[in-house]
Every structure is written in structure tokens, then in C-alpha cells.
Design a protein around this ligand. Structure first.
Ligand SMILES: NC(=O)c1ccc[n+]([C@@H]2O[C@H](COP(=O)([O-])OP(=O)(O)OC[C@H]3O[C@@H](n4cnc5c(N)ncnc54)[C@H](OP(=O)(O)O)[C@@H]3O)[C@@H](O)[C@H]2O)c1
Length: 246
């Protein structure tokens, strides 16, 4: 019964366990939540729905509210998938050069692992090959989906797709697909940008020569949900989570 609730919790960065949209979000937040539900799930609301939701307190199955009913109705047919990207870039949106990353920040690699673990991750053939070169194997405990135009491309245990759209559709069928990760590189980020709902950025306060750049995103992702300033061996960087403006 989670999809709408899930979406709302992410929107408002509230733990799902504690979530009651009316209580947590207040009246204004709730009407925004209704809008989101309508856009994503075509749920219709009616006068009194909010009062009903208040009485329901979300999980009272004896007297389900509009949200619970909507979730019951759509739950089995429609699953919620958020498309996200974890990206580390310099001041000029530099991503990499050749087959390598530009900075080595151990805490940032840990964050990448923490965020992506258990979720499908879609990446370009070049990024996949650079990961295998560094790790000696594909990213473990994540379904790796490689986008390539080469219909003969094969790697044991790895899924291949011939377009971004096919890769995302394939990702939806995988474990952990409530969050689908776009893993780069530049070509894939650029083409997948219209599908991405949320960016987990590492903004590095440095510039480097590069031949791969992240596309302009600032005008599309305007809602900051998290920010933390950090430092590694004198290198300043920030973790910034941005959501797409609705
Ligand atoms: N800083 C970061 O967070 C980060 C993250 C990831 C990667 N990177 C960096 O990004 C760089 C690699 O990026 P890149 O742009 O060169 O390569 P890429 O995006 O990883 O892969 C490009 C390949 O993807 C396939 N492809 C692209 N568009 C396609 C489409 N529409 N349909 C089917 N296949 C498609 C093609 O594979 P085929 O040639 O096989 O057809 C293409 O050669 C590296 O420097 C890497 O270190 C940085």
C-alpha cells in the first residue's frame, strides 16, 4: 500500500514509518501532496478527503481514507519507481577523463555505495568497462544494466539494453527498483536527464582537465532537500540532493 505514501515521504524527507501526510505535511503540504498524487497516479480527490484522511491516520484498515483506498486500488498494478543519479562533478561539471574519475574521495565512494546498493544501476558501456578495470568486476549487489548499441555485447551476469528507455524499463523489473540509478557517464547522463527525478550530487570545489562533462541541470533541479559541506585532505566538497521542480 505504499506507492503514494512513498512518494510523499520522499518529497518531504519524512521517514515512511512515521508518515501521516496530514499530520506531517500540514494543510498546505497536503494539497501539494494531492497534486503530486494526481500527476503521478491520476488519483482524484473530493471534498472531505482530507478530514477522512485525518480520521484514518493512514493505516486504519477498518476505515481506509482516500490515500489508503487509492493505494489499495493502484498498488498491485502500478509500482512507484524513482529515477536518480549519484554524480561527482567539479566546478565546470567535469566528470572524467578517458576511462577514469578525476578525484579520489574515499568517503564519497562510500556514499556512492551506500546509495546505490541493492538498486538497479544503468550505465554506458564505457563506464561499465572502466568500473571493471578498476574493481576487477562489475558493481556487486546491484543489477548492472549496460547500455550499448552493440547487439553482440555480452558480459556474464550483466543485462544489456540498446537504449536508455529500454534500460529503464528493464530496471523496473529488477529488485530494488523503487529507486533506479543512472550511473553515467556523460553520454548516458545527458540522454537520461529527462527521466531523472533526483540528483545526489557531490559538488567538488576544484577544476580539472576533462573530456566528459555532466549536462547543465541547475534550471531543472531546483529543490534542495539536503546539503552537507565536507572536506577530504584539504579538498572541499559538498553533498547536495536536488529534486526536479514539479
Ligand atoms: N564523476 C562521476 O560521477 C562519473 C560517473 C560515471 C562515469 N564518469 C566518467 O564518465 C566518463 C565516461 O563517459 P562517456 O560519455 O565517455 O561514456 P558512457 O556514457 O559511460 O558510455 C558511452 C557508451 O554508451 C553507449 N550508448 C550511449 N548512448 C547510447 C544510446 N542512446 N543507445 C545505446 N547505447 C548508447 C555506447 O556504447 P557502445 O559504444 O558500446 O555502443 C557509448 O559508446 C568516464 O571518464 C568516467 O570516468 C564519471
Amino acid at each position: 500500500m505504499i506507492p503514494i505514501l512513498h512518494l510523499a515521504c520522499r518529497e518531504y524527507s519524512v521517514s515512511e514509518r512515521d508518515c501521516n501526510p496530514v499530520v506531517n505535511f500540514g494543510e498546505r503540504g497536503f494539497s501539494r501532496f494531492q497534486r503530486i498524487a494526481k500527476i503521478y497516479y491520476r488519483v482524484q480527490w473530493y471534498p472531505g478527503a482530507m478530514e477522512e484522511a485525518e480520521r484514518c491516520a493512514m493505516h486504519n484498515q477498518k476505515q481506509p481514507c482516500a490515500i489508503c483506498r487509492a493505494n489499495q486500488k493502484i498498488g498491485p498494478q502500478r509500482k512507484s519507481h524513482t529515477v536518480v543519479a549519484v554524480v561527482a562533478i567539479g566546478k565546470n561539471r567535469e566528470l572524467g577523463e578517458g576511462d577514469r574519475l578525476l578525484w579520489h574521495i574515499p568517503d564519497d565512494l562510500k556514499r556512492f555505495k551506500r546509495l546505490t546498493l541493492g538498486h538497479p544501476i544503468v550505465m554506458g558501456r564505457k563506464t561499465f568497462e572502466s568500473i571493471v578495470k578498476i574493481l576487477g568486476k562489475p558493481l556487486p549487489e546491484r543489477t548492472n544494466i549496460v547500455v550499448t548499441r552493440d547487439s553482440n555485447w555480452k558480459y556474464e551476469g550483466i543485462l544489456a539494453a540498446s537504449s536508455i528507455e529500454d534500460a529503464i524499463e528493464l530496471a523496473k523489473q529488477q529488485p530494488g527498483s523503487e529507486e533506479i540509478h543512472i550511473g553515467g557517464g556523460a553520454q548516458i547522463y545527458e540522454q537520461a536527464l529527462p527521466f531523472i527525478d533526483k540528483l545526489y550530487l557531490t559538488l567538488i570545489d576544484d577544476t580539472k582537465d576533462a573530456d566528459a562533462f555532466f549536462p547543465p541541470y541547475e534550471h531543472l533541479f531546483t529543490k534542495k532537500t539536503f546539503e552537507e559541506a565536507r572536506e577530504s585532505n584539504g579538498l572541499k566538497y559538498r553533498w547536495v540532493d536536488l529534486c526536479r521542480k514539479l
